[in-house]
Write a protein that binds this ligand. Structure first.
Ligand SMILES: O=P(O)(O)OC[C@H]1O[C@](O)(COP(=O)(O)O)[C@@H](O)[C@@H]1O
Ligand SMILES: [Mg+2]
Ligand SMILES: [Mg+2]
Length: 300
């Protein structure tokens, strides 16, 4: 007779399988996305749901990933930054994708990435629903960071889409050295300006801001520090989207022993009822993220 334990173990096996298949699909697609970039640097004619005009490369990456991830048994829904609605592709878990993060870096040939989050719920999901997250970084090498089952792992992706672990149990270094805050400095609220001035008065801290969240987050995972796309005076919710960017990076950085915040609480505690909702994002070493919350609590 089947027991509750059997059902739990079947469930874990099926989540494991979907996670592995999603990673395989993302790694397999990454070299194709990269190869397609040089000829897809122009803007398309239609706006995305965030009111931005994507590049042909954003749309190309989204189409490839939708096709590949949508084909995986056990994936029920595919959603991306570039599509107004979530797509039903089968039955099972929901996968949210930022097909190209930092695509304004394409023209100047700088870092970009692909971000993926797997949720055990219909969309929009909450931070409690996240089962796994990953990102690919298109840097001098193609790497993939995954967070699953309390572990962060870094892989290198080869040109044929195979991938090998190069760092297991990735954790944030204890002594942070890098910081990067997005948005125009003139648009920062006073509390953020004060805090950034404080951080930069520490002689061990260096500015690292590259214009692709995922590249900047990878610096934080590697060297320790803080990345933020903060609340802005004219855009209190900042720029980044919770389902596609906020939850996955919050989950990855927290799994690596760091902290995440929207300025007041963990990113994973944020609840929004719109698929494309934005949130301020602060991720990094706990002491630095706590500093953001302490400064912002002054104005409550
Ligand atoms: O150009 P800005 O305003 O500094 O914004 C940069 C931020 O916007 C983003 O590019 C938004 O992501 P997309 O490129 O996926 O839209 C982040 O990666 C980055 O941190
Ligand atoms: Mg993005
Ligand atoms: Mg994007």
């Amino acid at each position: 007779m089947a027991t509750d334990d059997d059902a739990t173990s079947d469930r874990v096996n099926s989540v494991d399988r979907v996670f592995k298949k999603v990673l395989d699909a993302v790694a397999k697609t990454a070299p194709e996305i990269r190869e397609g970039l040089p000829t897809r640097r122009a803007k398309v004619e239609t706006e995305n749901p965030s009111g931005e005009t994507p590049l042909a490369a954003d749309v190309y990456a989204d189409e490839l990933l939708c096709e590949r991830i949508g084909d995986i048994e056990g994936v029920g829904t595919y959603a991306s930054e570039e599509r107004p609605e979530a797509q039903t592709v089968g039955s099972g878990l929901s996968v949210c994708v930022d097909p190209l993060d930092g695509s304004s870096n394409l023209k100047p040939n700088n870092t970009m990435g692909t971000i993926v989050a797997i949720y055990d719920s219909p969309l929009p999901a909450t931070g409690d629903d996240i089962l796994a997250a990953a990102y690919v970084l298109f840097g001098p090498t193609m790497t993939m960071i995954t967070a699953y089952d309390d572990t962060v792992t870094e892989y290198v992706i080869q040109d044929d889409g195979t991938y090998q672990a190069i760092r297991v149990d990735v954790t944030l270094p204890d002594d942070p050295t890098v910081y990067g805050f997005g948005g125009r400095v003139a648009d920062w609220v006073d509390e953020i300006t004060e805090y950034v001035r404080e951080i930069e008065s520490d002689p061990s801290m260096k500015l690292r801001y590259g214009g692709a969240m995922i590249g900047d987050v990878n610096q934080v995972l590697t060297y320790g520090g803080i990345f933020a796309y903060p609340t802005l005076a004219d855009a209190p919710e900042g720029k980044l989207r919770i389902q596609f960017e906020g939850y996955p990076v919050g989950y990855i950085v927290e799994t690596a022993g760091g902290a995440s915040s929207d300025g007041h609480q963990s990113l994973l505690a944020v609840e929004k009822d719109d698929l494309h909702a934005r949130t301020p994002v602060y991720v990094g070493n706990e002491s630095l993220v706590d500093g953001v919350e302490a400064h912002l609590s002054d104005d409550d």
